[in-house]
Design a protein around this ligand. Structure first.
Ligand SMILES: *Cc1c(COP(=O)(O)O)cnc(C)c1O
Length: 467
């Protein structure tokens, strides 16, 4: 009953025999303990070599479909019957699970989550990679420290101290492939009944992560200095997530007065911590960047989180957190078994990239460029929209907010834009627990906005708002 395709388009003959006998056993055409034809018999009937039959039988024995009895031959194992999907009946994946992106084909000029690949110094990066791998290839043959390669953490600690005023030992740094993953680790170190205070509007992916971890969350109202201190004090929060360098998404820079208030809040009860998400602090246009909250914190209450997703590429998946000593203590006790989620190759390359000064050069170069893109974009927006647009949060980072004084909803504008092929992000998606403002407000990123595309982008935006 075997049917062989002698042109072998369905695989070698032995594979075909193996497949067909296996299927027959699973479909119970053979019963348990049935005897199979001897190898010689089968080879003769099928007019194929004994070797092919032998290979098929050996594989079936190895997988446990057949057993042998000395001098008696091959027999079918006793297998419990179970549901076998009939051959040729593929169950289709439901259409809503197919990964044809809804936003595919839409222009992402205004994306606040993208970098400009044209700006990435690929040659330099590759030469750092080559250099690093040649010098440190021994490290690749083993699993590295769960917190990341120690010398890479030394480099990052030094760099953080110079550029962000972060004070830490390499021992306190945990590298991870994304701030969400790191945050998940962090939540494991904090008591289960911790109440997390999140900025509203704020980074929705952090909210979703904490939600999925079944943590209690309270949303805290912000003003133009960041989290409102009265809201914070009235809340039950004991761990605060904040983006002081460039509030996400409003773009507010937290002034020193509010920073001090937050640190005092943290230091006034034993279980309080602040998570400082410093995601795009490298970019500051009118003054030097403001040093981190972590650097001001004398009481070990700040967990600093950083990422190379915005300054280099999201695709690198290189992020890190700096744990205060008490949390490091707990990390070493309870989480040090988790293996590093960051590729050793990427870690070593990044290290070389920083040590050779290429990273700093890259930041300088991109700051210059983003300053131009930002200024041009704002000019063009004001030109085109005149009085009915207002721009906020543009002093630092890689996006700003615009709101429109018109009789249209954000949803309508977004939908119109999508019909015209433009992807827009409205502020509503960043309101996790409360009602977004009525005035249509958009987050406009400019890191990936090339000057040659700007007229088209602003034109499409105009059409989306007014047509
Ligand atoms: C981009 C971004 C990050 C960094 O995310 P990674 O997971 O490190 O790529 C963190 N916070 C905010 C608000 C961001 O926009």
């Amino acid at each position: 009953m075997l049917q062989l395709d002698r042109k072998r388009s369905q695989g070698y003959l032995y594979q075909q025999i193996y497949q067909q006998i296996k299927q027959a056993i699973l479909e119970r055409q053979y019963k348990p303990h049935d005897r199979l034809p001897s190898k010689r018999e089968l080879a003769t009937t099928l007019r194929i070599s004994l070797n092919s039959v032998n290979a098929a039988y050996q594989q079936l024995v190895a997988e446990g479909y057949l057993y042998t009895r000395e001098r008696l031959g091959f027999f079918v194992e006793e297998l419990d019957s179970f549901y076998v999907k009939p051959k040729n009946q593929d169950s289709d994946i439901p259409p809503h699970l197919l990964e044809v992106q809804k936003t595919e084909g839409l222009k992402k000029y205004f994306s606040h989550m993208s970098a400009d690949i044209h700006m990435f110094p690929l040659e330099k990066w590759l030469s750092c990679e080559e250099q690093a791998l040649k010098k440190k290839k021994k490290l690749l043959e083993e699993y590295i420290d769960p917190q990341g390669v120690y010398s890479v953490r030394q480099t990052i600690a030094r760099f953080l101290s110079q550029s962000r005023g972060v004070r830490c030992y390499p021992e306190q740094i945990v590298l991870g492939s994304g701030t969400q993953l790191l945050t998940r680790q962090l939540t494991k170190l904090l008591p289960k009944d911790t109440i997390y205070g999140l900025e509203e509007p704020g980074y929705q992916r952090m909210y979703q992560l904490l939600k999925s971890e079944d943590r209690s969350i309270t949303s805290l109202e912000i003003d133009w200095k960041g989290i409102r201190i009265d809201a914070l004090q009235a809340s039950m929060a004991n761990v605060l997530f904040t983006t002081p360098s460039h509030q996400f998404p409003t773009g507010a820079i937290m002034p020193i007065s509010r920073r001090i208030q937050l640190l005092n809040w943290a230091n006034s009860a034993p279980d309080r911590y602040i998570v400082e998400d410093d995601y795009d602090s490298e970019y500051k246009y009118d003054a030097d960047s403001i040093p981190s909250l972590q650097g001001m914190d004398g009481a070990s209450r700040v967990i600093y989180m950083g990422s190379f997703s915005k300054s280099l590429l999201p695709g690198l998946r290189m992020s890190y957190m700096v744990l205060p000593i008490p949390l490091l203590e707990m990390y070493r006790r309870s989480l040090h078994f988790l293996m590093s989620s960051c590729s050793t190759i990427t870690q070593l390359t990044l290290q070389a990239f920083i040590e050779t000064g290429e990273y700093q050069k890259h930041i300088k170069k991109t700051t210059k460029l983003y300053r131009i893109r930002r200024a041009m974009l704002i000019d063009k927006l004001l030109d085109k929209f005149g009085d009915c647009i207002s721009v906020e949060g543009e002093k630092s980072g890689l996006h700003f907010l615009v709101s429109f004084d018109i009789d249209r909803t954000e949803e309508q504008i977004k939908r119109q834009a999508e019909e015209k092929g433009l992807l827009l992000y409205g502020i509503s998606r960043f309101y996790n627990q409360s009602v977004p403002p009525r005035k249509p407000t958009l987050i406009l990123g400019f890191a990936n906005m090339r000057t040659t595309d700007m007229d088209e982008a602003v034109g499409l935006l105009w059409e989306a708002v007014f047509n």
